[in-house]
Design a protein around this ligand. Structure first.
Ligand code: 5GP
Length: 261
């Protein structure tokens, strides 16, 4: 029997200062000023947290997948908050000021786009579409236009340009990376932060990139390998995430026990 892994337990971890607890992650003060430790929980939520569950091992897999992707993005010159993976559930990241937007990029119609515009799920889009949502749980993260973003000072025009350019680069890179292992990148959500370095401010990718925040379909079968398995009660959620990690070469075996701690 494994001990429950939904929250950090014992020892050093419990003495750390918690900065913030979200739906799927906890942020702790990092070892150096300007650093933060991101702890990945097993909690899964959907539909603005109306649906909840604990999926054993999910946090471990998402920590590995997101760490792998962020590391690769850093390596190709796409700035992210990621510094290093510390252990099974934790990564060290730079402290940033979060821009209150979710940036969604879509290649294939699915989810809210299909519902809102009546376009059948699975229809390829003529070009990649970027959408902005205002991060506000109480309002269910409403979609917003650039006009709202600049009028309410959520981000500047220059920052919106940066968000769009970075999102398209990430899409190009991830589309190829997943495509190479037989996975179609249907859509994904990014979050960004402002990284202050002296009197310079840089826009960097923050939060996570994982099957919790992307739609990933098997190229051959269109089988869903992402959080829609949880949202739509399709079962085998963590198993699908492990398969994504296995195809990316992050874990060797398809068994959760290989990676879950
Ligand atoms: P949709 O707008 O179709 O619901 O979502 C588009 C994409 O963004 C999906 O890959 C979905 O997982 C991701 N996404 C949208 N909102 C959120 C959110 O609040 N949290 C997470 N983890 N992903 C989101």
């Amino acid at each position: 029997m494994r001990p429950p892994a939904a929250a950090p337990r014992g020892g050093l971890m419990s003495r750390r200062k918690k900065i913030y607890e979200g739906k799927a992650k906890i942020l702790y003060e990092g070892p150096e000023p300007g650093t933060i430790i991101q702890y990945f929980k097993d909690d899964a939520t959907a539909f603005n947290a109306q649906k909840k569950a604990i999926l054993e091992g999910k946090g471990v897999i998402n920590n590995q997948i997101s760490g792998f992707i962020m590391q690769n993005l850093n390596a190709i010159g796409v700035p992210t908050h990621y510094i290093k993976t510390m252990n099974m559930r934790e990564q060290l990241v730079r402290e940033v000021e979060i821009i209150p937007l979710e940036v969604v990029c879509r290649n294939v119609a699915a989810g809210s786009l299909s519902t809102r515009l009546g376009i059948e799920e699975g229809t390829p889009l003529p070009r990649s579409i970027i959408e902005f949502y205002y991060k506000k749980d109480e309002l269910g993260d409403p979609m917003v236009a650039e006009e709202h973003i600049t009028a309410f000072n959520w981000a500047s025009t220059q920052e919106i340009d940066d968000l769009m350019a970075l999102t398209l680069r990430v899409n190009d890179y991830l589309f190829g990376m997943f495509g190479a292992v037989g996975i179609k990148l249907v859509d994904f959500k990014l979050e960004f932060g402002r990284l202050y370095e002296g009197d310079m401010v840089r826009t960097v990718i923050a939060d996570e990139i994982s099957p919790d925040s992307a739609r990933l379909w098997d190229v051959q079968t269109n089988e869903k390998m992402d959080k829609d398995r949880f949202r739509r009660d399709l079962g085998n959620v963590t198993e699908a995430y492990v398969e994504v990690a296995r195809r990316l070469g992050i874990v060797k075996q398809a068994g959760i026990s290989e990676v879950a701690g």
